[in-house]
Design a binder for this molecule. Structure first.
Ligand code: SAJ
Length: 432
């Protein structure tokens, strides 16, 4: 019987989808001794990877990709070489917030058409409970594959946290569910060979799918709670950040979350809709999850209302006033603007005919000015939408005064309110 090391050396892994989830996974499998093929439809991305360059800003990739090289291809025939297939493609929602499973269906179809008999196929993409049984399995059966014989299907929801320097593909614990005992054992064995952390087998594939949407819905409702507190405390003249810090001194059963100008990214504002939509089809209405989404989706507009109130204090209309939006990315120190609150804020500003300037040091090609200096020069009011490290040290009150900034809306409560007020700048945070 092969040892684990011998087995990993002989097995070929194919990662389908080389984005912020698939690429680190492929590198990690290489690092742990698997032969790895990367499959992605984006030839530009494949060329960069084949050059040992990371198309994504990520500490683990920058350190390991040049050393643990693998071939990236868009030739589906190569999928036939793999004993283990990991599907890591996006699962966005459409403009009506309905889950769009097209990428997952297309990727599964490609794998089903190019499957090595007996291979293990693991879906890492976030899906609503039931997708593996209702959509993925039938795609394989249609290609003549018997689940549990020709193919072993499992689900291991991705837990990548972009920009996190501590938790990454090497050490984040995982949950795994499968259709049958052999599929589960093989999937657990694979993840135990690449992750230095707990690999928790789930009762079935449906529970594994539910874990991810539950984790992220938990985060969304907790953020909605503090966002609602922020709006209430703005009326009560209470500093919500101070209250959260105070509540955090309780060493048990309190978990701090923080109000902000909005909830962005490809996980938190998206995953709850997966559960809402699937439960609705089964006859249950997640009123609470829907309300949390409504509260969080309302924060960009609320941020612009705070700006209007602040401009009124200095006798200025929003119309034609120069407003500088600091940051496009949905969270600090990364270059990802998917579902970013900044985009909603810009939309509301333009609806009020403000003159909008945008600068994000991580997304310069979508900024409207080339530097922070240029943005400050052109603006009378600022909205901090993303607390990038570059902003935290470069916006002291005296700099804002020098550039004639009259109003500062701190969408991430990242700055010292008192310092700006003492400099004569109208400062408003979110709930403080
Ligand atoms: N946000 C708040 N208040 C908070 C926390 C976040 O307004 O207290 C906002 C952020 O500004 C951002 C959005 O919510 O716009 C999402 O932030 P996030 O920190 O949750 O970052 P994500 O989207 O990268 O979420 C990932 C998730 N990881 C996976 O789904 C695998 C999530 O489960 C993690 O909890 C999260 O990282 C994390 O903890 O950083």
């Amino acid at each position: 019987m092969n040892t684990n090391e011998e087995r990993t050396k002989q097995e070929t892994v194919c990662v389908v989808g080389l984005g912020y989830v698939g690429l680190p996974l492929a590198v990690r499998a290489r690092e742990r001794g698997y032969r790895v093929i990367g499959f992605d439809v984006n030839e530009e991305r494949n060329a960069l990877i084949n050059d040992g360059k990371s198309p994504i800003e990520d500490q683990y990739l920058e350190a390991k990709l040049p050393k643990y090289r693998f071939e990236a291809t868009n030739n589906p025939e190569r999928i036939r070489e793999a004993d283990i297939l990991l599907i890591c493609v996006p699962t966005p929602v459409d403009e009506l917030h309905n889950p769009d499973l097209t990428p997952v269906e297309n990727a599964s179809q490609t794998v089903a058409k190019n499957l090595k008999k007996g291979a293990l196929v693991v879906l890492e993409s976030t899906v609503n409970p039931g997708v593996s049984e209702e959509i993925i399995a039938p795609l394989f059966e249609k290609e003549g594959h018997t689940i549990g014989h020709d193919v072993f299907l499992a689900h291991c929801p991705e837990r990548i946290n972009p920009g996190d320097d501590v938790w990454n593909v090497t050490n984040i614990p995982r949950v795994v569910g499968a259709f049958d005992a052999e599929g589960l054992a093989r999937a657990v064995r694979f993840y135990e060979s690449i992750v230095d952390g707990e690999i928790r087998p789930m009762k079935s594939i449906r529970e594994a799918e539910a874990v991810k949407v539950v984790e992220n819905s938990f985060r969304d409702i907790n953020i909605a709670f503090v966002n609602e507190l922020a709006r209430s405390f703005d009326c009560l003249d209470i500093d919500v950040a101070d209250v959260i810090r105070g509540a955090s001194t309780k060493p048990f059963s309190f978990m701090p979350h923080f109000p902000s100008c909005g909830v962005g990214g490809h996980c938190i504002p998206v995953d709850p809709y997966y559960l809402i939509e699937r439960a609705k089809r089964a006859g249950f209405d997640h009123k609470f999850l829907r309300l949390a989404r409504e509260i969080n989706n309302g924060m960009p507009e609320y941020t612009v209302e705070l700006l209007q109130d602040a401009l009124n204090e200095v006798g200025l209309p929003l119309n034609k006033t120069g407003v500088g939006v600091l940051g496009l990315s949905y969270k600090a120190n990364i270059d990802d603007l998917r579902e970013s609150p900044s985009l909603e804020i810009i939309k509301h500003l333009k609806r009020h005919r403000a003159t909008v300037h945008v600068f994000d040091p991580h997304i310069k090609d979508q900024s409207t000015v080339s530097s922070l200096e240029a943005l400050l020069e052109a603006s009378t009011a600022l909205i901090l939408a993303t607390n990038h490290r570059e902003f935290l040290s470069e916006l002291p009150p005296e700099i804002l005064k020098k550039h004639g900034i009259l109003v500062f809306i701190d969408g991430k409560n990242a700055f010292d309110k008192k310092a700006y007020q003492e400099a004569g700048i109208v400062y408003k945070g979110i709930g403080r």
